[in-house]
Structures are given as structure tokens and as C-alpha cells.
Design a protein. Sequence first.
Length: 297
Amino acid sequence: MVDLFHRLRNARHVKRIFLFLFVLALKPIGQTAMPNVVILFTDDQGTIDANCYGSTDLITPNIDKLAETGVRFTQAYSHTVCCPARAALLTGRHPQRGGVVHWTQGDMNSAKGINMALEEVTLAEVLKQAGYRTALFGKWHLGAHRDYGPKKQGFDEFFGIRDGFVDNYNHYFLHGTGFHDLYEGTIPVKDPGKYFPELMMQRALKFIEENKARSFFLYLPFNIPHYPEQALRQHESMYENMKDPARRSYGSIITTTDFYIGQVVDKLEENGLRENTIIIFMSDNGHSEETSNRIRV
């Protein structure tokens, strides 16, 4: 699926993505609802970092179930770092066409830096034009400046991180002097002590519930398993007998990621939406060399 997106060359082809998704989910005559689209986009999860892709020491039952009940891609390619991969996914174009060749601006309140061009047509814009309710909960990472961002490029709702990664409990960017990075649109959200993936998931489940009677596009770019690898305690205990501390840390956060993916799928099933929802699960790029860069809670 990633390879498909990367080969699409201009805004007209983004519309073809929508057409492609629609055809995939064609229902029997009499069912006219446009399919919902949910993209589950993990952060720094490697190509074999799920049980269904060969990592027998990782516990990923929800990802495995998606693989068992869907189409599993084995020859898909992405960019090597976060920002270009995200630009390509949302626009269907080589990311350099939109000015995204490496890291983008991080702090919303700093001088204008590198941000994805507003002229780029995103999948959210195309689906919104087709009548979908659109939302992004999670990690944007395509330029944090207040004049840019998700709500400028097709998303009706945005809650999350405008830059790359944060401490999941104090919501501060981890490099340099750091800065606060948790927003509702461009409004800062101060909720210290709350686990960001859980906050993100609460919004996602609420969105599904509120929009179950209409077609929606839900983009969930997780900020995990990217370091600082702050897994939930119940998942850390599942790896306590693993000898390699780096693998133990990474396995724990992978299973936390899988746990939240399962919550999304369960919510769709609870509301009878699974059969009319296209679910795409993928990672932004390969496994990070920064595994085990942890912050202990």
C-alpha cells in the first residue's frame, strides 16, 4: 500500500486513491453507504516487528488478526524518516514536491520554518469534499507552524502532537531545551500526567461513536513504538523474562501499540461498522536505531 501511494504523482491521483478505496469496499446492491476509511500509522515499527511478519518473540494479537482477515503486503516501501513518509502517504506524491525532504518545523510558536505546502492536496481534503467527516488524532509531523497543520489541510478535527515525539506524560518535546507539544488544533492542551496514547485513543473512540451514522476518515498516526518507549505496565510484565533489556523495552511498547490498535477495531465491530470500513495498518519507516532510549515512569 505504501508503494502504491508513493507512485501516485499529483493531486488528481489522490482522487484515484479514494476511488480505489471505494471499489475495494463495494457492497451488494442495496447498500449505498460510502465505506469508512481508518489508517493506523505506527511510528518506527520495523518491517518484521509483529508476530505475523516473523517476530515470534513479540506479542501482537490485534495486528496479527488484521493480517489474518485482510491482505498482507510484503513488498511495500517507504521513506527512511518520519516527515517524508507522512507527506507521501497523505498526498500521493513524492514528498519533496511539497517541500518535505527531512525534518519539518517542530515548535508551533517559533519563526516559520519548513512546513508542507498548503497547495498540496491531501487525502483528507479529497474525502472531505466527498462528504466524509475527517479527523487526525496523534502525530502530525509535517510542520508545526500555526499557519499550517491538519486543520488547514482537510481535517475537521485534530488533537495531538504537531511535531515528532514527546514524553508521553508531560507532553514536552524531548530534544534540546524542549517545548510543550499537545494541541487541540492550535490551542495548547495542558493535561500533565495523562498518557498521550490513551488521550489519543479516547478521542478516536469518541469520534467513531459520534460519526457511526455517516462516512468518516479517521487517521491515527501513533507516536509509538518510537522512543521514549513508555509502555503500559501490564505490557512490561509480559516481557519480564526476556533477557535482552533493549528487546524487552521495545517488545513492551510494541504490545502497548497493538493494544490500542485492538481498541479501534473493537469499537468498529461494536458499532457494526467493521464490514463497511477499510482499515489500513502500516508503519512510517523502518526500525529505529534508538531502541531502548527509555524514560522511566
